[in-house]
Each structure stands twice: as structure tokens, then as C-alpha cells.
Write a protein that binds this ligand. Structure first.
Ligand SMILES: NC(=O)c1ccc[n+]([C@@H]2O[C@H](COP(=O)([O-])OP(=O)(O)OC[C@H]3O[C@@H](n4cnc5c(N)ncnc54)[C@H](O)[C@@H]3O)[C@@H](O)[C@H]2O)c1
Length: 358
């Protein structure tokens, strides 16, 4: 298979660790350049990986003749950068979230389609063996028709105190629901085949971020007087075919567990799934019955390098011109739900969801 010339845009913590490093190990990918607006970060990454460095991604694309990029800048910039890359005919792996809202996400997906480019969303969590086992169960019919799902991704104290996540423009102006709630929502949607959402109710709260005392318990530093994002969000969603879902997510909450805990449950007529982990699921069990016995099933899950699986899937899709496993359309469903939860919180009413035509 031919080699794809790739550049990475945004090589901070996540971009370096979960995009650049796996791309350097991905067969068929040749990382020739990186782009970052922080000169120190750029310099150190260029030295470490022996690649060319740019402060401007459009210049990088042109000068390096890139066929593909992977984008791991702060979330609020994903939309604009992805659009520019796709319009230049470059395939894009864009870290989650694809945009700050449904309108942005829709525009990116339409642009990828118009320019016939591969657009993959960087949910590395999708390559978790636990999740894949759950999808297998669903697709084999073992769960039957799912009717209820519950997702929980909560940190006791984990407000990410750095501009990437707190600054209004860099974060996309949204807090925990967009930042980590999207992972749990995506996990549930993947386990229930991305069915069409009909309506959502939700509530978002800012209970910790404006309290100066809280800065010492959380991560990094931020100015409480300027904190505008939600640190807790809850939603209730109705889908086609009678499925309903509850989701809870928090950067900070007065809960018993330490650190971040992810829990998920999908109940079907024939069997149920319970899973645990963080953004990515680590363990999953299947609960059902035979004619005379209740049964618990635990798979033997292999270890997997999830970011590597993600970059391999992206490069394969680019080489083959095929649809990647994490699609833009799936993010349209995800962001339609997230937008509806925010809108419901603002209005105090249940919000009807309609999906755009692509
Ligand atoms: N940190 C994590 O554990 C984690 C996990 C999953 C996803 N993510 C996602 O990855 C993205 C980046 O998060 P992070 O933790 O790496 O943040 P970070 O602040 O460590 O890195 C972001 C990098 O992007 C650079 N940048 C900003 N604007 C740029 C531009 N216009 N062009 C090029 N580079 C630019 C910054 O200089 C910085 O080096 C976010 O969307 C976040 O949601 C992060």
C-alpha cells in the first residue's frame, strides 16, 4: 500500500501522546511535519521526532504536500482547522469533539463529503476491546432490543485548569458535557447502533468552578472569577424504537469515589451490559439467562493500544478510500443530543431533536 504523508496539528499533551506517537508507529503513515502555535512545544517535538515544524498549518500543508492531517488542538479550534484542511483536499482525523455544536459539526461533515475526503473523529475510546465486545453482543442479537441505557463519567475533583479547557474560545464555550460527557455518550450510542434521537431534557450546573477554595482541589489553575463553563451535566434522551437514556457527567462532584469513574449500562429484552472504565471502557460484563439459570458472562479481553488502533484505522481508510469506523454522521447524532441537553437546560423544557440532511 502506498505511504501517506501526514502532519499533526497541535502537539501538546494529547496530540503528542495519542496522535503523533501512534502515527509514527502506524504502517503506511509517514509523519513528515507538525504544527503548533507554541514555539517551545514545537521546537521540542521537532527535535524529538526529527520532523519539520510549522506555526501555521496551511503553510505546512502546502510546503509538505500533505495528504492527511490529524488535529489535536484545543476543542474550540477543531471546526475551523478541520474545515480549512478538508477544503484544501486533505483527509482529516479530528480529535473529539468534532466541533463545539451541531452547526459546526454539520458544516465539517458536509465539507468532507463535498471534497470527497476521509473525515474520522478521534474517539480513541471506540477501539476499546470491552466496547467492541459489547458491540459484538448487540450485533449478534444477544441483547435483544435495547430499551434503556445509563452512562456516568464523573470526577470527584478534576476541573482541568488550563486555557485549553477553560478559556471560552479554546474550549468552544462549553464545559464537561462537551469535554468528557461526549465520550460516555459516544460509548452508549456505539452500543445501541447510533439510532435516531427524538428529544432530550437536561440540566447543566456550575457549582465548583467559581469557588476560589476549589482551585486547590482540582487540576492546574484557573481564575474562578472568570469561570463560565458547566462542571456538571445530566441528560435524559428519547430515541426511536423506545430506547431511553440517562447520562451524568462531572468535572467535579461530591461523590464517594476518588479520581474519575466511568460506568455504563445497557438493558435489552434478552440481556444487559454493565461496563466500567474512564473515557474508554476497560471492562464489560453481559447478564442474561438460560431456560433455568441466570447467567453472568465475562470475556477475556486482550490488551490493546487504543490510540494506535485509531491511527491505523484512519490511515487504512485514507489508503482504501473507505469509510472510517468513527464517522462524521455519528458525531452529528452525538452533537444533536448535546445541543439539545444545553438547550433544555437553558429553557427548562424538553427539546425536540431533528437531524440535518447531509
Ligand atoms: N488531555 C487529554 O487527556 C485529552 C484526552 C482526550 C482528548 N483530548 C483532546 O485533545 C485536544 C487537545 O488537548 P490537550 O490536552 O492536548 O491540550 P494541550 O493544551 O496540551 O495541547 C493543545 C496544543 O494545541 C496547540 N495549538 C493551539 N492552537 C493551535 C493552532 N491554531 N494551531 C496549531 N496548534 C495549536 C497548543 O499550543 C498546544 O500545544 C482537545 O480537543 C481535548 O479535548 C485531550
Amino acid at each position: 500500500m502506498r505511504e501517506i504523508r501526514v502532519g499533526v496539528i497541535g502537539v501538546g499533551g494529547h496530540g503528542r501522546g495519542r496522535h503523533l506517537i501512534p502515527l509514527t508507529r502506524t504502517p503506511g503513515a509517514r509523519v513528515v511535519a507538525v504544527c503548533d502555535t507554541n514555539p517551545q512545544t514545537l521546537d521540542s517535538v521537532c527535535r524529538e521526532f526529527h520532523v519539520a515544524g510549522y506555526m501555521d498549518f496551511t503553510e505546512m500543508i502546502e510546503k509538505e504536500g500533505l495528504e492527511a492531517v490529524s488535529i489535536a488542538t484545543p476543542s474550540g479550534l477543531h471546526y475551523r482547522i478541520a474545515l480549512e484542511c478538508l477544503k484544501r483536499g486533505v483527509h482529516a482525523l479530528v480529535d473529539k469533539p468534532l466541533g463545539a455544536n451541531l452547526q459546526e459539526v454539520t458544516e465539517v461533515v458536509k465539507t468532507a463529503k463535498r471534497h470527497n475526503r476521509v473525515l474520522m473523529v478521534g474517539f480513541w475510546s471506540r477501539f476499546s476491546p470491552a466496547l467492541r465486545y459489547g458491540v459484538d453482543l448487540y450485533e449478534s442479537g444477544a441483547i435483544g432490543e435495547p430499551y434503556y441505557a445509563y452512562g456516568y463519567l464523573v470526577r470527584r475533583r478534576g476541573i482541568p485548569g488550563k486555557p485549553t479547557f477553560i478559556d471560552k474560545e479554546l474550549s468552544g464555550g462549553r464545559g464537561v458535557m462537551l469535554d468528557i460527557g461526549c465520550y460516555m455518550l459516544d460509548n452508549i450510542l456505539a452500543l445501541t447502533s447510533f439510532r435516531k434521537p427524538i428529544s432530550a431534557s437536561g440540566a447543566v450546573y456550575t457549582k465548583f468552578g467559581r469557588d476560589p477554595e476549589e482551585v486547590k482541589f482540582n487540576w492546574g489553575w484557573w481564575n474562578p472569577a472568570e469561570f463560565e463553563l458547566e462542571d456538571f451535566a445530566a441528560g435524559f434522551v428519547r430515541f426511536e424504537n423506545g430506547l431511553t437514556m440517562c447520562i451524568e457527567t462531572a468535572w467535579a462532584a461530591n461523590v464517594s469515589h476518588r479520581g474519575e469513574v466511568g460506568r455504563l449500562r445497557v438493558l435489552g429484552e434478552k440481556g444487559g451490559i454493565e461496563a466500567e472504565g474512564h473515557e474508554a471502557l476497560l471492562d464489560l460484563g453481559f447478564y442474561s439467562r438460560t431456560k433455568n439459570f441466570l447467567t453472568d458472562t465475562k470475556p477475556v479481553l486482550p490488551n490493546a493500544d487504543l490510540p494506535l488502533e485509531m491511527t491505523k484505522a484512519f490511515i487504512k481508510a485514507v489508503q482504501e478510500g473507505s469509510e472510517p469506523p468513527v464517522t462524521g454522521w455519528q458525531s452529528i447524532i452525538l452533537h444533536a443530543i448535546i445541543d439539545a441537553i444545553y438547550e433544555s437546560s437553558r429553557t427548562g423544557k424538553e427539546v425536540q431533536i431533528s437531524l440535518p440532511t447531509i
